[in-house]
Structure formats: structure tokens, C-alpha cells
Ligand binder design. Structure first.
Ligand SMILES: Nc1ncnc2c1ncn2[C@@H]1O[C@H](COP(=O)(O)OP(=O)(O)OP(=O)(O)O)[C@@H](O)[C@H]1O
Ligand SMILES: [Mg+2]
Ligand SMILES: [Zn+2]
Length: 680
């Protein structure tokens, strides 16, 4: 544990022996057997005094990369994090492991802060969490210079990137750390993987000599699925009832209004759900976040304002009811599922209205041309992911500049149920010529709803009103259903063969349209599944809905007994259940059935401190079960509400207004989100 200066480390003379100490710390304190991926290399580098920039996916295990150096090197590890609302939980979790942790932020009163500062100065803290705004204060810098610092960790380092959604001006001041403490190693960590962000972090934090560690961004336990949107809330309900009853999860919606509506809808249908968005007052927000962390099986319906840095290990699903604005956003959000490495689902419903709405938001939004172009290219990449007929995981990894392990991952919807593609050239021509005729013959532009009515030969009030039944294209598209036409329109928009314009999202041609109309270009389309078939296929493959169900039936009561015991301990100690043990740990205990403290200590996630605190309690639960009849039938889990069919046939649209609202497919006319309600 000798002190090594940064220069020595860079020259490659890091002390031998730190290696085994690092591994020993992982096992003793955290109770994990092995490092994941790049963790060990990062930790060794930092322990030896080097600077590091670390890119790892959400839930990849970045925290250990600074926590272990903080434990191994002399002094206190100072962690800069913007997630003030989570600091208490992070500190609680570390203390449960026997790590001496504390935090300083604006939520504390003077006395609390003084206590932590005194502990720091006395060398009694292994880890100190700090909000970035505190580092602008001279008092904080003075305090830090009076103590001994082992490492500076800059978590969520993408907050320094000025173009990013999470930009925090206070992060810009962090370059001072390298100037004031040149001998203290710095480690910057983020899950945002784009090249531009990566460069900006390195430059703005002033870390030109840092070693860069880029982990694999694959999250193999997450199953990616994107289904055509018909009636999103009902589809979501069916997905939850069929596959995730009783599981904790996050449902992302774009607008605050739909967050509220979705949470209400789920509650009405027997699913415990709460809303979370920036429009709620701080008290409600933190109460809902605390419930999510502490309770089992709560669903949070949220805008993107929710989730960053939340280390809840057993989030079993992340659902999107609206299209995210970028692949980066999608990947960070879906990455919040399955941090414990157990099977989890990333599910999204996506439809024509999403494309129209996002394009509209970009066209009518603020920002200069460059800003809009960037937003449009982010959206294009997201649409390409939605419309691909290839493996979604392979496409995601390629997007992040990584080589997928295989062309087919076997754990995404396109791998599980390969979609058929078909030659859509003729139908594309029919749709585009309708747009052309309206423009040329009538000087009109309409949204997709009216154009589809014309193609289907429907004499709706609006068709009669505009004499559209007199057009030569009237009724030329009767070979497809309305839902199929919507799929065609959506895919043409996604492929840039057609565009939307203006407040009402009217359809217009693009430069590319001409090649289709002129028969110089074939249009391949993904076949629309009449029903979300994938949900069914996947249900067959993995009946397992919960961790308990993944166990042999005779072990389920053991797992449930351990969970009940854990729940009681959590309540008594006022901490989330997973701070005591993760589900994955309880599952392994049920499988291994240890009968001694020594045996229990070999289970993953049972470190020294936890063994000392909870070991006897766990063994007592197991001993009691041994006395009782352990062969009782696991509770029959009846599937409720299987009748909630996912595809309610689209109603004949209530053709209100000019040509806006009729774009919506489902029976329920979903209100358009108002831009100011969207949490960017
Ligand atoms: N070597 C390991 N073995 C087993 N579990 C691990 C290991 N490393 C980390 N974990 C677990 O993985 C989970 C995610 O870790 P962590 O919170 O560090 O993720 P993160 O990379 O910071 O993600 P985010 O970007 O969301 O902040 C935690 O529950 C942690 O206990
Ligand atoms: Mg983290
Ligand atoms: Zn795949």
C-alpha cells in the first residue's frame, strides 16, 4: 500500500502486490468473487496513482472503480456527484458494507455538516461524497486541503459536456482539482459513450494524461423488444400482467400529462404505480423515489427526469411508451433494468405518431440550425433501431462503435421472432402519389389519417367535405388494412422517403421520394405483426417472471422466507431491502442452503461486514425452514386479465380539426403533449 506518485505509475512501476490487495478488498468488503470486465484494470491503474477516464454502461459497475482505490490508498476518496437525492442512500449502502462513508451537500444542516467535516479531518472517512456546487466554495477547497485525499472521483462526468442533456455548469470548475492536487489521482466515470462526449470530458476536466478504459457496452441479461404501438396503455398492461406481475420497473413517457395518466391507469388495473416528473414538488418526488428504492415491486411512471445513478439492482423492466430522442438516451434508460445481472426486459411501443411528433418537436423547437440537425440525426439513429430487421443488440453495439459478439444475440425480439420483410415499392408509390395529387390538383396538404382514409376509399365526413372521393387515387389501397397503412407511413418517414411538416404534421415529399415514384428505388418494409407476437413467443421461452420463479419450485418458499426476513430487517433499519442483500444473493443462499457462517461467507454479495451483521439471522431462517415442511406448493400464480387484448382494432377516427389529431391509431385519442411539459 505504498504511496506511488502519478509519474511513477505512468512509467509503469506500479507497486506489485496492490493487485492481490485489490482483489482481497473486493471479496472481503463487497463479497464479490471476481471483478467484472475492466474493473480490475481501472482499479489497479488508479491505486497506482494514475488518472483514468472510464466508460462503462449503465449498471456496469463504475462505483467499485473508485470505491476500492478509496479503501486501498491512504486518505479519503472524494466523490463528486450531481445526484444529491441519492447521496444518503449511497452512504447507507456503503456503511452497510462497513465502509466509513459520509456526504456534504445542501440538504444538511450546519451541525450535520460539521460532524462530517470533522470526521474527514480526523482521517475517519474512507469515502466522502460532495455535490459539485460545493467545490466552487473556497471553504470547501480549504477543508479538502487540510485533510488527506486518496483519490478524486468525478461520477456522471458527462455532466461537464455542454451539449449534453445533463450539463451542470458547476462541473466546469472541476478542472481546478488537477491543478491544486497534482499528486492525487483522478478518475472520471460516465455511461455516455459517444466519441464527442468522451473527448469533451477529457478536455474540460483537464485530464490529458489520463488512461482511457472503455468497457463493453453489452448488457446481455437485458432483452430488447420494440412492438408496434396500437393502444399503448393496454399493451403495457398486457406486457406487465403476462411477464412482470409484481416486479419493480420504470415506464418512461415523454410528457408529464401522460406520466400521470399512465400511473393512474396502472393503479386502476391493480398495479402499484406512482408518477415522477419535474412538475411535481420536490417532496412528492423524493417520496416517490424513496418508495421505489425501498418497496418491492413498485412501478414508477416517469419522464427522463427520473433514474440517473439509481442503484436499485432488481429493476426487472424498463418500458417506453414514447420514442426516446436518441439512442444514447434509450440505452441509458433501458440500462437501469437488471443491474443484478438477472433476466430483465427493455420493452417499447412505437408508432407513426411518435415519428410525426418527434419530427414536429425538432422543426418547431428552439435552437439554431446546427442544433436541429444534431437532434434530427439522433432521431434518425433511433428510428433505424426501431425499424431494423436485424439484431437490435448488434445494432446498438455498432452504434456505440463496438463490435457485437455475434450477428444474432438470441435475446432480442428480432432474433427471437425474425421479422419478415416485403417489397413495399408499389404501396409506397400509392401513398406518395396521394400526397402528390393533393398538392398538385388541390394545393392541399394533409396528415396521415386523411391520406389513409383516401387510400382505403372511406367516405368519412372529412373526405366528403373536401371532395377527396373524386381523386383518382381514392380507394386504390384497399389491399392493406388501416394498421398496415400506418406501418407503411411510419416506415417511409423513418427511412426519409417522406417527411412531416408544420403544426399539424402534414405529409410532404422529400428529395428521396422521387426515386421511389420514378421506380428507380425499391422499398423494403418490415411486416407489421397483426398482434405483438413477440410478447407471446418470449413468454413461452421464459416463463420466469420473477427471480423466485427462476428457482426450482421446492426452493421458492426458501427464497420467500429469506425475502420476508430481509423486509423486516430493512424496515427496522430504515434502509432499502437491497442494502441488506440483493435478490441475486438471496437466490444463491436458497440454492446453496449454507449451514455455517463459513459456508454463508462464500455466497456472492456476502462480505465480511454483512456476514457479521446478518449471518446468524440468515442461518436461523434456514434452520427454521429445515424444521418445517419445505415441500409446500409454490403459490399458484394466476395470470390476471389475460383478456386485456393488446390490439384493440383502431376505431374509425373521430375526424376532428384540420388534419392533426386523426394521426393517432388507437381508440383513445391520446392528447398531444404540450412542449413545456416535456422534461428534456
Ligand atoms: N464485480 C462485481 N460482481 C458482482 N456485482 C457487481 C460487481 N461490480 C458491481 N456489481 C454490482 O453491479 C451493480 C451496478 O453497479 P454500479 O452502481 O457501480 O453501476 P454504475 O456503472 O455506476 O451504473 P450507473 O451508470 O447507472 O451509475 C451494483 O448493484 C453492484 O453491486
Ligand atoms: Mg453510478
Ligand atoms: Zn438479437
Amino acid at each position: 500500500m505504498s504511496e506511488v506518485t502519478e509519474r511513477e505509475a505512468v512509467a509503469g512501476t506500479a507497486s506489485a502486490g496492490s493487485d492481490s490487495e485489490v482483489l482481497a478488498t473486493l471479496r472481503r468488503v463487497f463479497g464479490y468473487e471476481d471483478f467484472r470486465g475492466e474493473q480490475e484494470a481501472v482499479i489497479e491503474h488508479v491505486v497506482a496513482g494514475g488518472d483514468a477516464v472510464v466508460l462503462m454502461p449503465t449498471g456496469g459497475g463504475k462505483s467499485l472503480c473508485y470505491q476500492i482505490p478509496a479503501l486501498v490508498r491512504p486518505g479519503t476518496g472524494v466523490v463528486v456527484s450531481p445526484l444529491i437525492a441519492l447521496m444518503q442512500d449511497q452512504v447507507d449502502a456503503l456503511r452497510a458494507l462497513g465502509v466509513r462513508a459520509g456526504f456534504v451537500n445542501s440538504t444538511q444542516d450546519f451541525d450535520e455538516r460539521r460532524t462530517v467535516e470533522a470526521e474527514f479531518l480526523a482521517g475517519e472517512l474512507d469515502v466522502l461524497y460532495l455535490a459539485p456546487e460545493r467545490l466552487r466554495l473556497d471553504t470547501t477547497l480549504d477543508l479538502l486541503s487540510r485533510g488527506k485525499i486518496s483519490v478524486f472521483a468525478i461520477d456522471e462526468a458527462h455532466c461537464v459536456a455542454q451539449w449534453g442533456h445533463d450539463f451542470r455548469p458547476d462541473y466546469l470548475a472541476l478542472s481546478v482539482l488537477g491543478q491544486r492536487w497534482p499528486d492525487v489521482p483522478r478518475i472520471a466515470l460516465t455511461a455516455t459513450a459517444t466519441h464527442a462526449t468522451h473527448q469533451e470530458i477529457t478536455q474540460r476536466l483537464g485530464m490529458p494524461d489520463a488512461k482511457h478504459f472503455v468497457a463493453s457496452f453489452d448488457r446481455p441479461n437485458i432483452q430488447y423488444r420494440i412492438v408496434p404501438k396500437a393502444d399503448p396503455k393496454k399493451q403495457l398492461l398486457a406486457f406487465l400482467k403476462q411477464e412482470h406481475e409484481g416486479d419493480a420497473g420504470i415506464v418512461y413517457c415523454l410528457s408529464r400529462k401522460s406520466v400521470e395518466a399512465t400511473a393512474e391507469f396502472l393503479c386502476r388495473n391493480g398495479i402499484d404505480a406512482v408518477p415522477y416528473h419535474a412538475g411535481l414538488d420536490a417532496g412528492t418526488r423524493s417520496a416517490h423515489q424513496a418508495r421505489f428504492l425501498r418497496e418491492d415491486g413498485l412501478v414508477v411512471c416517469a419522464t427522463i427526469a427520473f433514474g440517473m445513478g439509481i442503484d436499485k439492482p432488481d429493476v426487472r423492466f424498463v418500458a417506453h411508451l414514447d420514442l426516446p430522442k436518441s439512442v444514447e438516451g434509450y440505452y441509458q434508460e433501458t440500462g437501469r433494468a437488471g443491474r443484478d445481472g438477472l433476466a430483465s426486459t427493455a420493452w417499447m411501443a412505437y408508432g407513426l405518431q411518435d415519428v410525426v411528433q418527434q419530427r414536429k418537436l425538432i422543426n418547431s423547437g428552439e435552437g439554431d440550425g446546427a442544433f436541429r440537425r444534431r437532434a434530427a440525426s439522433h432521431l434518425d439513429a433511433m428510428l433505424a433501431l426501431c425499424e431494423t430487421a436485424q439484431c437490435r443488440r448488434a445494432q446498438l453495439l455498432t452504434y456505440f462503435g463496438q463490435e457485437p459478439q455475434a450477428a444474432n444475440c438470441g435475446n432480442c425480439d428480432t432474433c427471437l421472432t425474425p421479422p419478415e420483410t416485403w417489397d413495399g415499392t408499389v404501396v409506397a408509390q400509392k401513398l406518395l402519389s396521394t400526397v402528390v395529387r393533393l398538392k398538385r390538383e388541390r394545393g392541399q396538404k394533409f396528415g396521415a389519417g386523411q391520406i389513409i382514409d383516401i387510400l382505403l376509399g372511406r367516405r368519412t365526413a372529412k373526405v366528403i367535405q373536401f371532395d377527396h372521393d373524386q381523386l383518382s387515387v381514392f380507394g386504390i389501397g384497399e389491399e392493406l388494412s388501416e394498421a398496415e397503412w400506418r406501418g407503411v407511413a411510419r416506415q417511409l418517414l423513418a427511412q426519409g422517403l417522406m417527411a412531416v411538416e408544420g403544426e399539424y404534421g402534414t405529409l410532404v415529399l422529400t428529395d428521396e421520394s422521387a426515386a421511389v415514384l420514378g421506380r428507380q428505388r425499391e422499398v423494403r418494409l418490415r411486416k407489421e405483426a397483426p398482434k405483438p407476437a413477440v410478447a407471446r413467443a418470449a413468454r413461452g421461452e421464459r416463463k420466469a417472471k420473477t427471480v423466485a420463479a427462476e428457482l426450482p419450485p421446492e426452493l421458492v418458499p426458501v427464497f420467500e422466507a429469506l425475502r420476508a426476513w430481509r423486509g423486516a430487517q430493512a424496515k427496522e433499519n430504515g434502509v432499502p431491502a437491497y442494502v441488506i442483500f440483493h435478490d441475486a444473493t438471496l437466490r444463491e443462499i436458497a440454492l446453496q442452503r449454507p449451514t455455517s457462517i463459513a459456508q454463508l461467507g462464500t455466497v456472492g454479495g456476502v462480505g465480511e461486514k454483512k456476514l457479521a451483521t446478518w449471518g446468524e439471522g440468515v442461518l436461523a431462517v434456514l434452520a427454521e425452514l429445515d424444521g418445517a415442511d419445505a415441500g409446500a406448493d409454490p403459490r399458484a400464480d394466476a395470470h390476471a386479465g389475460s383478456g386485456a387484448g393488446a390490439d384493440s382494432g383502431p376505431d374509425a377516427g373521430a375526424g376532428a380539426g384540420a388534419s392533426g389529431p386523426d394521426l393517432w391509431a388507437g381508440g383513445e385519442a391520446e392528447p398531444e403533449p404540450e412542449p413545456e411539459e416535456i422534461d428534456w
